[in-house]
Design a protein around this ligand. Structure first.
Ligand SMILES: C[S@@+](CC[C@H](N)C(=O)[O-])C[C@H]1O[C@@H](n2cnc3c(N)ncnc32)[C@H](O)[C@@H]1O
Length: 395
């Protein structure tokens, strides 16, 4: 990832250059330690650059949390900042490339896109953990009237399937590189035909990481239309029994079970288990009721949060765990005399959100973009407001 190694320099120069800079918007100094952050605005995007001083060389690099998708924007920003500050470069990897960013495709969707997305088809189906994508691609070819949303946390698999979508000229697949357990919440109610969960990782030793859970089942039933199905296919008898127990714990669930049923397409994993003559189980859960629309009144503003000096001490505490979520103010930076930039992790234990919060005297906001609109993030956001305002008021 883009970075520069430069000769150690006096960072007071950043403050001096700020008023005339074409790119730098603020300087933030760590409350503890000697690292700093530069706020930049470039190519229509706001993001941060980090400065890590050392005796021999100072590292100027991108910031993971605010990194824009286009790597070239980062490289240009590093180049401009180094020129404006007159930095002496010792080594660099910011030569501009012409290549496409790895996930750039009209069929790649970010989770936040789903806050306002328009669905191009009436029918939608979802596949969780598509892996090599054989089943997803097959289904999309066979059902051109249905939009298939493929969820996969493994980025190389997502990239590989995006390439296949283009090679095969398919127009009815969206790929989302995100945890399925949190993603379903972004979908409207009563919309999906099928949710495929084929050969999920069994996580025998860490069952809390399994895709199937009571909350996943509840969300699946909300997003499925009446008559739609959640379809689990697994080679693990432990997972099969665990899933059955989860499904039967809910009254009125309609469950159908099959053993060693041949599907029209065999995935890479399935082929391996078949060779080993393992049993393969299908469990279908049918949605038999309409669900209410989800509540979209999620607002991530910070109107009551304002900078006060006693916040500085409070923010250096450890992670705080609450019922179903956590809040951790990881690192804080002073911006001028009366503002703070706070790096914060919060939300779900499985897929935490990482954001900066810019706390100013008259205004506070997430920098540079808001969290994803999930209920767990919203619960954590409300707790963050409570914590920050308590400290302002010196409670
Ligand atoms: C055992 S592989 C099965 C792949 C494919 N379904 C098949 O049958 O060949 C499980 C896949 O699920 C993905 N995965 C695991 N947990 C996930 C989650 N919470 N959300 C989305 N994908 C997940 C993994 O990255 C992996 O590619």
């Amino acid at each position: 990832m883009p970075h520069l190694k430069v000769k150690p320099f006096d960072s007071a120069a950043i403050e001096e250059k700020l008023p005339d800079s074409s790119i730098m918007t603020f300087r933030a100094k760590a409350l503890k330690g000697d690292d700093e952050i530069i706020g930049v605005e470039h190519g229509g995007e706001e993001f941060l650059l980090q400065i890590k001083p050392d005796n021999k060389a100072t590292l100027v690099k991108y910031d993971k949390v605010t990194r824009p998708l286009k790597v070239n924007l980062l490289k240009e920003a590093l180049d401009k900042v180094s020129k404006e500050l007159g930095l002496e470069i010792l080594s660099s990897n910011i030569a501009l490339s012409n290549g496409k960013p790895p996930l750039a495709s009209e069929y790649f969707k970010k989770i936040e896109d789903f806050e306002t997305i328009a669905y191009p088809k009436e029918k939608i189906s979802v596949e969780v953990g598509f892996g090599s994508g054989r089943h997803l691609l097959y289904q999309a070819q066979k059902n051109p009237d249905t939009l298939f949303i493929g969820l996969e946390i493994h980025t190389p698999s997502a990239q590989q399937v995006l390439r296949q979508i283009e090679l095969q000229g398919l127009e009815n697949i969206w790929v989302v590189n995100y945890d399925a357990r949190l993603f379903l919440e972004m979908l409207p109610s009563n919309k999906c035909e099928q949710i495929f969960v084929h050969f999920p990782v069994p996580w025998d030793k860490k069952p809390h990481r399994r895709v199937i859970s009571p909350s996943f089942l509840a969300e699946s039933m909300r997003v499925l239309r009446r008559g739609g199905r959640l379809e689990l296919r697994t080679d693990s008898d432990k997972y099969f029994w665990y899933a059955l127990e989860t499904f039967f714990a809910v009254p009125k669930t309609e469950v159908e079970i099959r053993k060693n049923e041949a599907l029209e397409v065999t995935s890479k994993y399935e082929a391996r288990w078949r060779k080993q003559e393992k049993d393969i189980y299908d469990v279908y859960v049918k949605c038999s009721e309409d669900s209410d629309e989800r509540d979209l009144r999620i607002d991530f503003n910070f109107t009551s949060v304002k900078y006060t000096p006693n916040l500085e001490e409070f923010l250096q505490k450890k992670a705080l765990v609450f019922d179903g979520y956590f809040v951790h103010f990881e690192r804080s930076y002073k911006v001028g005399n009366n503002a703070l930039l706070v790096k914060c992790a919060f939300g779900s234990f499985d897929r935490p959100e990482h954001k900066y919060i810019l706390v100013e005297e008259n205004d506070s906001r997430y920098f540079a973009s808001q969290p994803v609109k999930t209920t767990v993030n919203y619960a954590a956001h409300q707790k963050i407001i409570e914590l920050l305002t308590q400290k302002e008021n010196n409670v």
